[in-house]
Write a protein that binds this ligand. Structure first.
Ligand SMILES: Cc1cc2nc3c(=O)[nH]c(=O)nc-3n(C[C@H](O)[C@H](O)[C@H](O)COP(=O)(O)OP(=O)(O)OC[C@H]3O[C@@H](n4cnc5c(N)ncnc54)[C@H](O)[C@@H]3O)c2cc1C
Length: 458
């Protein structure tokens, strides 16, 4: 086991003890002490603080969605529309995930970027979300993107990519969840699952209101990093430790772009504002020290870069309008599910009888180069949304069970939304019929998804 895996094994074992205490109510209330840990494999002089917790259960819902990014928003809407009392939890004060907090303002992967591109693979509730974005005037200038076919975006006929305005995306997401009756709890970090033996029965959240428990029949992990599944101890795959982990990037918005500069200005342009890629930083996006260093480095570098740009002829009007709330982390855990989508499945465009979503996006960083699929898309089977060993939990978004190559395709926001649609419907069926996600009849799930206009090629 390398250092990295050892750290995670340790974190998981420490975490689990606290979960058991919280779930079983066996904790001694209010007493904490600095103790010498004396477990096998631990250094004797390693100090830790033993917490004793009894956590109030403040709410109960049929479906709890952890994380309000592109996948979580669609999952919550799908679960509510499918009849489940649904709560959406998000750590920030707004929705949209990396599209808004990370300022990554281009939804990619509604269809293949290059021929064959006849099939729009992401439809259904994600397309309704885009329609709301369009209605609010939230689509950015489209000249930035390769559009080989004319598309009628207003009618849900979507091109490969939709560049957008992050502020409008926040509002469109709120409109969607409110309209569907999804309950919302912002400013809430999901820190642990509640458990009953091997089944998740809810989540523990930390917020300004303190540490609280929220009971659920089914939890959907839409945290991007697979925080809930990993905290439970679900097995997961990490990015390659050397060479092949996708870098983190801090996005920023440049204001005052001179009208003499035509086109995209190397980013997503809307009027005189352009969202651009800041410096790429390597490292583990699950390590707080690495994240801190990455934020500091990227923020200072962007500032310096803009000072240089401003000094160029005709560029004096440029200014730093905004940096993303948080550096964008592309790649962390992929949770091991009942099926792991392989590189071959993705490159050959494999079809599965239990398909619940399709990814047609290229692999943007496939062995260091962009790889375009030579088919309309590969299937994402329901089994890759069902984590191994853990019950009561459905995976969604970029933490689903797949190899690194298919991950690079399906992590894009359009396929992540399609997976969210599937996970939301699955969780609602499981919760409302009292069936474990693992035992769900996929034909019924597919019928529900198709009735909500998802594309499954059935
Ligand atoms: C720099 C960069 C550039 C990219 N470029 C593109 C692009 O051009 N086009 C494209 O389509 N995709 C792009 N991607 C990929 C894409 O943005 C993500 O893979 C996608 O957003 C994943 O969706 P998600 O819903 O699974 O996760 P996220 O978007 O990460 O959303 C997860 C949500 O959960 C919340 N959350 C996380 N942990 C917790 C917790 N413990 N408790 C409560 N809430 C929590 C987060 O705040 C967030 O709102 C890029 C990614 C990066 C980093």
């Amino acid at each position: 086991m390398n250092n990295h895996s050892q750290k995670w094994a340790l974190a998981r074992s420490l975490g689990r003890r606290a979960f058991f205490q919280a779930a079983l109510g066996t904790a001694v209330v209010g007493v904490g002490s600095a103790v010498q840990e004396d477990e096998p494999g631990r250094e004797r002089n390693c100090q830790s603080y033993r917490e004793s917790l009894e956590t109030p259960i403040v709410a109960r819902h049929q479906v709890v969605v952890a994380g309000g990014g592109p996948s979580g928003v669609i999952a919550a809407v799908a679960a509510a529309r499918s009849g489940a009392d649904t709560l959406l939890l998000e750590r920030y004060g707004f929705l949209g995930g990396n599209g808004t907090a990370g300022l990554m303002t281009c939804y990619n992967g509604f269809r293949n970027q290059r021929p064959p591109e006849a099939l729009q693979t992401v439809k259904g509730i994600p397309a309704e979300y885009i329609a709301e974005l369009v209605r609010l005037g939230g689509v950015a200038d489209s000249t930035n993107y390769e559009l080989t076919l004319p598309h009628d975006v207003r009618r849900g006929d979507l091109p490969y990519a939709i560049p957008f305005d992050a502020e409008v995306a926040k509002v469109a997401s709120l409109h969607l969840v409110k309209k569907e009756g999804v309950k919302l709890r912002l400013h809430s970090w999901v820190v642990a699952p509640m458990l009953d033996s091997t089944r998740v029965t809810g989540v523990i959240v930390e917020s300004k209101s303190g540490r609280q428990a929220i009971a659920a029949d089914i939890v959907i992990d839409c945290t991007g990093d697979g925080d809930v599944a990993a905290a439970f101890g679900a097995p997961f795959m990490s990015p390659a430790t050397s060479g092949d982990r996708m870098a983190m990037t801090l996005m920023y918005r440049l204001g005052g772009s001179p009208s003499t500069v035509k086109g995209s200005f190397d980013g997503v342009r809307k009027g005189d504002q352009v969202v651009r890629w800041g410096p790429a930083v390597d490292g583990d996006g699950l390590n707080v020290e690495t994240l801190t260093e990455a934020e500091v480095h990227a923020r200072l570098e962007i500032w310096d870069e803009i000072q240089v740009m401003q000094r160029k002829s005709g560029m004096g009007s440029l200014y730093l309008a905004l940096t993303a709330t948080v550096i964008g982390v592309r790649e962390t855990r992929r949770i091991a599910g009942e099926y792991v989508v392989t590189e071959r499945d993705a490159t050959e465009g494999r079809r599965f009888p239990d398909v619940v979503a399709i990814s047609s996006n290229p692999f943007p960083d496939y062995h260091g180069r962009r790889y375009f699929l030579r088919h309309e898309g590969f299937d994402i089977p329901y089994r890759s949304l069902v984590p191994k060993r853990v019950g009561g939990l459905v995976l969604s978004g970029r933490c689903i069970s797949c190899d690194q190559a298919p991950f690079q395709s399906a992590r894009s926001m359009a396929p992540a939304m399609a997976v969210g649609h599937a996970s939301g419907c699955a969780a609602a069926l499981a919760a409302t019929h009292g069936i474990p996600p693992r035992e769900l009849d996929v034909k019924i799930l597919q019928k529900l998804l198709v009735s909500q206009k998802a594309e499954l090629r059935l």
